[in-house]
Design a protein around this ligand. Structure first.
Ligand code: NAP
Length: 267
């Protein structure tokens, strides 16, 4: 069984308010790049807390379906939708489908991301563009696509997955760290624009997390740079996202960057 989030989904309701005749419908969360890794963990976590989860993917339909199956088997509601988040038309169509099927969208998690690493001197322009298009423009496209319905509803939580390399830089990742730093600027500007309508926009900055993305890396120097002495787990990032998405205390947090990095970057 999934946990009920009726109370935490409605932090504005006064404790002594009369009981509503009907339970509020479950919040709907769209998680981009939810077929694998951190996105998968976020989808499972939000589903566990009672959300209807829309699992976005680009090229792994079987993996996306297995996330849907796991959520459904646990008593939740979920479905998957294919869309390349760097493609404006596909993003618009995805959000239209979500709103047609669910009539609401409470939470957007901009998680989809890729790396195309290489030293700047030799970096191909294509590798620069692909990473910026997906990791930064994709966040803009998805945010803009959901904005009309969230602004109208005067309610919403947007959580953007950035990275600690946005804060510290990383040799071989000029494209990726530029895109992720852009996500932080985008997060803050959007937070300022949407605050008056009760919508919060925050970023979560993972350090090194054990997913497909980090499989090829030489772990020895990485572990030496992490005060907690280990890689993070996708579920640990998902817990931070769930806090920002559903915890009543998070209603007063906006425009922030929450690091989940084992102490790698302390500022
Ligand atoms: P991952 O295991 O490689 O998974 C990437 C996800 O993004 C997959 O579900 C993939 O779906 C999806 N995706 C790729 N291209 C897409 C596109 N064009 N449209 C929609 N979805 C697309 O990566 P991860 O490690 O979980 O990373 C998730 C996020 O966390 C990324 O934004 C990443 O930059 C960030 N992050 C990761 C780490 C880390 O250490 N792992 C650290 C900091 C930040 P398909 O398989 O269907 O294409």
């Amino acid at each position: 069984m999934v946990a009920s989030i009726q109370d935490s989904a409605n932090p504005e309701q006064a404790p002594d308010a009369p009981l509503q005749p009907q339970a509020k419908p479950a919040p709907v969360a769209l998680v981009t790049g939810a077929s694998r890794g951190i996105g998968r963990a976020i989808a499972l976590e939000l589903g566990r807390f009672g959300a209807t989860v829309v699992v976005n993917y680009s090229s792994s339909p079987d993996a996306a379906e297995s996330v849907v199956a796991e959520l459904t088997a646990a008593g939740g509601r979920a479905w998957s939708v294919r869309a390349d988040v760097a493609d404006e038309e596909q993003v618009e169509a995805m959000v239209k489908t979500v709103l047609e099927r669910e009539s609401r969208l409470d939470v957007l998690v901009n998680n989809a991301g890729i790396t195309r690493d290489g030293l700047l001197m030799r970096m191909k322009t294509d590798d620069w563009r692909q990473v910026l298009d997906l990791n930064l423009t994709g966040v803009f496209l998805c945010t803009r696509a959901v904005s009309r319905s969230m602004l109208k509803a005067r309610h919403g939580r947007i959580i953007n997955i950035t990275s600690v390399v946005a804060l510290m830089g990383n040799p071989g990742q000029a494209n990726y760290s530029a895109a992720k730093a852009g996500v932080i600027g985008l997060t803050r500007s959007t937070a300022a624009e949407f605050a008056s309508r009760g919508i919060t926009v925050n970023a979560v900055a993972p350090g090194f997390i054990d997913t497909d993305m980090t499989q090829e890396l030489n772990q020895e120097p990485i572990l030496a740079a992490i005060p907690l002495g280990r890689m993070g787990q996708p579920a640990e990032v998902a817990g931070a996202v769930r806090f920002l998405a559903f915890d009543p205390a998070a209603a007063y947090i906006t425009g922030q960057v929450l690091q989940v990095d084992g102490g790698m970057v302390m500022r």
